[in-house]
Design a protein around this ligand. Structure first.
Ligand SMILES: *[C@@H]1O[C@H](CO)[C@@H](O)[C@H](O)[C@H]1NC(C)=O
Ligand SMILES: *[C@@H]1O[C@H](CO)[C@@H](O)[C@H](O)[C@H]1NC(C)=O
Length: 579
């Protein structure tokens, strides 16, 4: 089957009755002129191109229930997660893109599809992973702490990184943050791309910077803020909030906790919308009833700044690799006098060219199942995912963040950077007990790229090359061949690196030193993990996914038409008479 990445579920429904009934609310009097009839069809189809999808020879979806009331039409259907035939995709952890479409008239027969026109759409969903997000079950004493912007989004620039400082109020003692939620101003959903909260490496005076905001790289941006590099909360477009497990909370207001947090908001305004004032932000929910463990948030992957994330143009699947070296993790566990940490969730972050994201976990050179694996990464849908089962990381283990990019539509090299046209490769792990370690990353060292370019006569000088000027200059003139791209790919796994291993209380000097120091290539995985091939196993592996209407269920795939009703309501006028 062609590389068609949508899980397509085509649902044809007669919505006549629903639409007609809705008119009652709008008009004083109404009556049906013809007897409405309803009939439900559910067909399993697949698509390989932009054309009406083909009926699958094997019909694998089952209609469990259907019905409608005055305002909603619903269908409930189910399918096995894995079907082992070439015309069905497996339903896996990570992002699944679901497309929907409907037509207001019945199809002429059981096999004909009527063209849906504008009544269609697409959504990325995590069908199997949860965010742990729910709006009930909060302890009675829960309190809110809001971090909100107050910003006029400029129409002239597409990318704006706004930073705003917040003093942490004096709570009179340690609290536990048990959940966070985005507070996106209604109507601004497409403009607010991500919001991160950072703690700072420097001890800043919170009173000076409380409520102060600046754009990155603009005049007046406090130099102190360059040290705010410790991510504590990450929310990306399309995501909901996250509720932490019941034995875990993020410490705030305690002795070693930050007194100041910097919020980074990435505003994305490609349509140059005018006159928009935004007050979006993040909300932390906290309690005084401390939980058993402190939550930690560790950033894996690659450093963004410094020009050493490099993706050649014209690549179908270039993999950037950032390794959390075993000695770094081990040292952090020793400092905390613990032998293991438990991972409860992951959060990926990348930009437009990213297609797949993965966190690999290696013990004694043998790879264990991935901590997170998203094969349909969607730039517009990045959320913190709670693992279905907690995972243990022991001393000596190491973690690798891998990001796969498609740059076939790009002529120029893509660098790590802040704009959505630049790339990032970040994987975060939410874990307990909290380690002081907050960044465990690596980038290929500039010298490794220079070697790949055969530029051995270029003398590498630490001082001059901190921002990769020599390399950039060379890459400016280089002709990208398949062979050179391949060499750059090899550099990711076998080249010398610079390793970032930073505790929450590290100094900016330490960071700057680590950024240029040369380390040996990442350890080799002798036995890579392979996903079990359930289709060739004898035991039936299938777990059923039910698309029920269960409250709060993330697996809901029931199509409800009420949100789209307005679009077609008025086309139905002729079926009704009203006065
Ligand atoms: C129809 O069902 C939906 C979903 O349960 C509910 O939200 C809606 O209020 C119902 N409408 C009526 C008119 O009962
Ligand atoms: C990469 O993107 C191009 C253009 O969008 C697409 O045709 C191609 O199939 C993609 N390659 C992979 C491996 O996804």
């Amino acid at each position: 089957m062609a590389a068609f990445q949508w899980t397509s579920v085509w649902v044809m429904v007669a919505v006549t009755v629903t639409l007609a009934t809705c008119l009652e609310a709008t008009f004083t009097h109404s009556a049906y002129l013809d007897a409405a009839h309803e009939k439900y069809f559910l067909q399993d189809r697949y698509a390989t191109s932009r054309a009406p999808p083909t009926v699958d020879a094997s019909q694998d979806w089952t209609l469990e229930a259907s019905g409608e009331n005055g305002t909603h039409t619903f269908l409930q259907f189910s399918r096995n997660l894995v079907l082992c035939d070439s015309t069905d995709r497996s339903i896996k952890a990570g992002t699944t893109r679901v497309i929907w479409a409907y037509h207001e008239q019945d199809p002429p027969d059981d096999t004909a599809l009527m063209y849906h026109g504008e009544t269609r759409g697409a959504r990325s969903l995590m069908l199997l992973d949860g965010t742990g997000y729910r709006d009930t079950d909060m302890p009675a004493d829960v309190q809110k702490l809001d971090f909100r912007n107050d910003y006029a989004i400029p129409e002239s620039r597409v990318t704006n990184y706004l930073y705003r400082g917040f003093k942490i109020p004096d709570f009179g003692g340690k609290k536990h943050v048990i959940a966070f939620e985005p507070v996106v101003e209604p109507g601004h959903e497409s403009l607010v791309h991500h919001m991160f909260l950072y703690a700072c490496l420097k001890d800043l005076d919170p009173d000076i910077y409380d409520g102060v905001q600046h754009l990155r790289h603009y005049k007046g941006f406090p130099a102190d803020w360059n040290s705010c590099r410790i991510t504590v909360i990450a929310w990306d477009v399309g995501g909901t909030g996250t509720h932490y497990p019941e034995n875990v909370g993020m410490s705030l207001g305690g002795p070693g906790d930050p007194k100041f947090l910097l919020m980074e908001t990435h505003y994305n305004n490609p349509q140059h919308k005018k006159g928009i004032k935004d007050s979006s932000g993040l909300r932390l929910l906290y309690t005084s009833n401390l939980r058993e463990h402190d939550l930690g948030f560790m950033q894996l992957g690659m450093e963004t700044i410094g020009w050493t994330q490099i993706i050649p143009p014209g690549s179908q699947a270039f993999i950037s690799v950032g390794t959390c070296y075993p000695d770094c993790l081990e040292k952090a566990m020793e400092e905390a006098s613990i032998d293991k940490i438990n991972v409860i969730g992951v959060h990926f972050h990348a930009h437009l060219a990213a297609r797949k994201m993965r966190i690999r976990h290696v013990r004694n050179a043998v790879e264990l199942p991935w901590l997170g694996n998203d094969e349909n990464f969607d730039f517009n849908f990045q959320q913190t995912v709670r693992l279905q089962e907690e995972r243990e990381i022991l001393k000596g283990d190491y973690l690798i963040a891998e990001c796969t990019y498609n740059t076939t539509d790009r002529r120029k090299v893509t660098y790590g950077g802040m704009s959505t046209q630049d790339e990032m490769c970040l994987g975060h792990i939410l874990h307990y007990p909290s380690l002081k370690l907050r960044r465990c990353k690596s980038n290929p060292h500039e010298s490794a790229y220079l070697a790949a370019l055969g530029a051995t006569d270029v003398t590498f000088s630490k001082a001059k090359n901190v921002y990769g000027r020599t390399l950039r200059k060379l890459l400016h003139t280089v002709t990208w061949t398949e062979e050179l791209s391949q060499k750059f790919q090899e550099v990711q796994r076998t080249g010398e690196t610079s390793v970032i291993c930073l505790n929450q209380d590290a100094s900016l000097e330490t960071f700057n030193q680590q950024k240029v120091a040369i380390r040996e290539p990442p350890p080799v995985i002798l036995q890579p993990y392979e996903e079990p091939d359930v289709c060739n196993a004898n035991t039936p592996p299938f777990a059923e996914i039910k698309s029920g209407r269960k409250k709060g269920s993330r697996r809901k795939k029931t199509k409800k038409h009420h949100r789209k009703l307005n679009l077609s309501l008025w086309r139905r006028e002729s079926r009704k008479t009203r006065w």
